[in-house]
Design a protein around this ligand. Structure first.
Ligand code: MG
Length: 186
């Protein structure tokens, strides 16, 4: 794939978008987990896995950008292997698939919509958890539902991911000597 596209005038970048929503669960013992951060005492979300909406939206953004389908195709919720799974491990697996397909993540940006808990105090921890897995800067922003009907019954997350073809990170659109050497050495 790299040899087919290197030298092309097209920029070797891809953008992907992901969205996820989970309703609150009736089980008071179920923890809320967001970007790998566990919030004890907050209402948890219903789902086949740990219902980490931020991780799930990030998986779909990555897979969408790389043209690798979506989270349901990679980790079907009919498959008991993923029951109760740590969604950050699903994100790690998706990031590995994206890397195998020849893409490096440039950055990701997430907006999580919920009224509580406040995201700002945990923003850096969440972003750091995600950044380690995708090997790129990630930002996490929280938005409140502002009383809009239908938004307060669960937690939603929107995510975008920018990918760059591996080996072209230093080319910046021109076939630089360093980039050519990176291509040759692959
Ligand atoms: Mg989900």
């Amino acid at each position: 794939m790299l040899s087919e596209t290197s030298g092309s005038a097209k920029p070797q970048i891809r953008i992907g978008q992901g969205f996820d929503v989970h309703p609150y669960d009736d089980d008071p013992a179920r923890p809320l987990v967001l970007a790998g951060v566990r919030f004890d005492g907050e209402p948890g979300l219903r789902g086949h896995s740990d219902a980490d909406v931020i991780a799930h939206a990030c998986v779909d953004a990555l897979l969408g950008a790389a043209g690798l389908g979506d989270i349901g195709g990679l980790f079907p919720d009919t498959d008991e292997r993923w029951a109760g799974s740590d969604s950050m491990s699903l994100l790690a697996a998706a990031a590995a698939r994206v890397a195998e397909a020849g893409w490096a993540v440039v950055n990701m940006d997430c907006t999580v919509i919920l009224d509580r808990p406040k995201i700002a105090p945990h923003r850096d921890t969440m972003a750091g958890n995600l950044a380690v897995l995708v090997d790129a800067p990630v930002s996490v922003k929280g938005k409140r539902t502002e009383g809009v009907a239908g938004l307060a019954g669960g937690v939603q997350c929107h995510a975008v991911a920018l990918l760059q073809q591996r080996g072209t990170e230093r080319q910046r659109g021109t076939q630089s000597r360093a980039g050519a050497e990176m291509e040759r050495d692959r």
